[in-house]
Design a protein around this ligand. Sequence first.
Ligand code: GAR
Length: 221
Amino acid sequence: MRSVFNRIMKKNIVVLISGNGSNLQSIIDTIKRGKINGEIRAVISNKASAYGLTRAEQVNIPHFVFSRKDYDSNQSMDNAIAQKIDEFNTDLIVLAGYMKILTPEFTQHFQGKILNIHPSLLPKYAGLHTHQRAMEAGDTEHGMSIHFVNEEVDGGPVVLQAKVPIYPDDELDEVIERVREQEHRCYPLVIEWFCSNRLYCIDGKAYLDGKILSKQGYAID
Ligand code: GAR
């Protein structure tokens, strides 16, 4: 009975962004097609200029801006965001290009409920300028990772990675675009795994369909 109940209940999702929001758009579009058992209840940005806010506005999703300048510390800003997130009975927080480091108090409060997407094959290239760093290192492949969030920046157990090739004559934009394509394909899929109770995180380990995921997560090419 409980599993039937779980399957029917839609998950409440809050998406955190800082910029363009192309990943947010891919999630909105997938929900619209009925492929995710969840609803985006709110979009939160730490940048008033983020285009993702316009994307939320276009489909009537409540959206909120929290600017660091309005708070006396990162902690008080994260507390305010956490309070807003709690107002929506949030089951899942999706970081979709949220470029501000979250405080440990925040990540602990929402343990096992935060997913992040990062444009590299973690643990390689945490942080910024990942595509450029991979190209400069002479890597022949790059990719993206989706992971649960813990206190470490771009840390936390990996759920899924997708690889793309880097060709010798590639321009930076071509690699960025190749990785982005994978992001738009993979993030909605992982969110659906979570929303259908197939994916969860216990004691710092990610499980899919009851099986612990490997260090690289569920790897697809
Ligand atoms: C994405 O490429 C995402 O992987 C990256 O920001 C971009 C946001 O694009 N996130 C990080 O680097 C997090 N460390 P979008 O705003 O168009 O979705």
